[in-house]
Design a protein around this ligand. Structure first.
Ligand code: CDP
Ligand code: CDP
Length: 240
């Protein structure tokens, strides 16, 4: 069977990371979280106190930064570890998951030159297929020819509640209303920006998982992937 490139885009808290990770595990594909790259760069900008309006400085920062997404070792996976994110060789997996970093990421993600650098990295990382990449512009810009595009959505209330629960589990004292506002503000910025806004690609399958669990959603996407594999194998002259 041919190996697909699967693009999963959608707003904050729609389940992209959890669902994509599971889809990749079921298909034995590589999982890549493009948002983690924007977050890692944002963390560096915040630490260096680079103003988020300073476009030339942020572009230079993007060019001189090395961000690596590493799957956990089998032992780390058994212990519940997800993907690991390294910023200039240092593990920042936990540090990038704050609301402050999320906001900063969505601000620097509006800068075309910053996106150019990260998109090129993402294209390199996903070249060769057999990959599930998630983000905001994967099906529209990073891999516009991907064989399967999913636009994952859920109601804003459910998305905010999911994110709020994660903050609660980490002992962060944000209220549900604060998390709701953060998610809505970031979605608006992501949807309204001029470069690579968050939109559902014309050829994407819209999956609303407001009332669906991670496993159910992942299995639906795997079914769609198998359909595409068969279609492609058939088109290439193989047995359908
Ligand atoms: O990556 P994205 O922001 O789109 O969402 P996520 O980080 O995968 O999911 C946010 C939270 O919602 C996680 O804690 C997931 O476990 C949870 N979730 C859920 O409860 N049901 C789903 N169908 C999808 C995600
Ligand atoms: O997990 P969540 O959906 O909350 O966010 P994320 O996927 O980690 O992305 C953080 C921010 O990076 C988003 O709000 C976007 O502004 C930006 N991003 C982007 O512009 N393009 C991508 N392909 C991925 C993320």
């Amino acid at each position: 069977m041919p190996k697909l490139t699967i693009a999963i885009d959608g707003p904050a808290g729609s389940g992209k990371s959890s669902v994509s990770r599971r889809v990749a595990a079921l298909l034995r594909y590589l999982y890549l979280d493009s948002g983690a790259m924007y977050r890692a760069l944002a963390l560096k900008a915040l630490r260096r106190e680079v103003a988020l309006e300073n476009e030339p400085r942020l572009e230079a920062l993007a060019r001189e930064t090395h961000i690596e997404l590493k799957p956990p070792t089998p032992e780390q996976e058994v212990a519940g570890a997800k993907n690991c994110v390294f910023l200039d060789g240092v593990d920042v997996t936990q540090e990038i998951r704050t609301a402050e970093v999320a906001q900063a990421a969505s601000r620097l993600a509006t800068i075309a030159k910053v996106r150019e650098v990260l998109v090129a990295e993402q294209q390199r990382a996903g070249a060769g297929g057999g990959v599930v990449m998630e983000g905001r512009d994967i099906g529209t810009v990073v891999f516009p020819k991907s064989e399967l595009k999913i636009f994952l959505d859920a109601s804003p209330e459910v998305r905010a509640e999911r994110r709020w629960k994660e903050h609660q589990e980490k002992g962060e004292k944000l209220t549900l209303a604060e998390v709701f506002d953060e998610v809505i503000e970031r979605d608006k910025r992501d949807r309204d920006r001029k470069v690579s806004p968050l939109v559902c690609a014309a050829d994407a399958v819209l999956v609303d998982n407001t009332a669906m669990g991670i496993e159910e959603t992942a299995r639906l996407i795997v079914l769609l992937a198998h359909e595409r594999e068969k279609e492609l194998a058939g088109a290439a002259g193989g047995k359908p």
